[in-house]
Every structure is written in C-alpha cells, then in structure tokens.
Ligand binder design. Structure first.
Ligand code: 5GP
Ligand code: ZN
Length: 136
C-alpha cells in the first residue's frame, strides 16, 4: 500500500523524479539529497511501511541482498574504503522520514564523518540484569 502524504512513496514509485541508481519491482535506490558522504544513498521499498517493526518479512528478506549488490556497485564506481549500513527507527533514533529506508554510506579515508557509537562501561552485574530482562 502507498500513503498519500508520504514523500518516499512518491519518490520510490517515480511520481517525483529522483537520482536513481537502481530500481526493481520492490525497491528504488536513490541518492540522499543531503549526503553524509559521496555516494550516500537510500534503499526505499515501493510499498509503504513506517519502520522496521512494520516491514513485511518478504520485503525485509530482500533488503540485505540488495544492500550487498549496491555496495559492490559503489565499490566499483566510487572505490570506497569502508561502508556503513544505517537504518533508523523512531524520532529518538534519528528517523526523520517515516517510510522505512536503509542508508548506504560509502566511507573514505579522511571523509570527516563520524557515525561511531559512544561506548559505555557497564557496572558489575548490569549486563546480566539486562540479559535476565530479555531472556526469561
Ligand atoms: P532518516 O533520518 O529518516 O533515517 O533519513 C532520512 C534521509 O532522507 C535523510 O538523510 C535525508 O537527507 C533524506 N531525504 C529527506 N528528504 C529527501 C528527499 O526529498 N529526497 C532525497 N533524495 N532524500 C531525502
Ligand atoms: Zn511511504
């Protein structure tokens, strides 16, 4: 299903032209309008899902094979040195467009980007406590 007021529904389905690097019956992959690095693009399903929680298993099963294919294409064409695959869910996690999408971010030596997580030092027993909350 498509959502009338969703920009990514329009872009993915070709209602609004965009800088497409790949398209098939399920997805469009296009350049991010505000790229973090050269070649930063988005894998966007043509069907509307708000986020990963809502995503169908069928579409989900096709995302990583496509990410791998695009990674290879971008390696051949742009010659990246590293690669981040990022997928945000919810405002607090940095999601700004509420149509599921996956960021493909080629990385280059000295590209000035920093997508690294801030590590923490858990107190004694903290990890076990979390584990018991999740696995019980
Ligand atoms: P999010 O923050 O939701 O994970 O990522 C949304 C991404 O979509 C951002 O990186 C933003 O630059 C990109 N974006 C937002 N609107 C448009 C648009 O109209 N066209 C394109 N190509 N990218 C967009
Ligand atoms: Zn949508």
């Amino acid at each position: 299903m498509r959502k009338d007021d969703c920009i990514f529904c329009k872009l993915a389905n070709g209602d609004i032209p965009t800088n497409t690097i790949y398209e098939d019956s399920d997805f469009r992959v296009f350049l991010d309008a505000a790229p973090a690095t050269k070649g930063h693009c988005l894998i966007v399903p043509k069907e509307h899902f708000d986020n990963l929680e809502e995503l169908s298993d069928d579409v989900a099963s096709k995302v990583f094979p496509l990410a791998k294919k695009m990674m290879k294409l971008l390696k051949e064409k742009l010659g990246w040195d590293g690669f981040n695959v990022v997928q945000n869910n919810g405002e607090i996690a940095g999601q700004t467009v509420f149509h599921f999408h996956t960021h493909l971010i080629p990385r280059y030596i000295d590209d000035g980007q920093n997508l690294n997580m801030k590590p923490s030092s858990p107190k004694e027993g903290e990890l076990e406590e979390v584990l018991s909350q999740i696995v019980s």
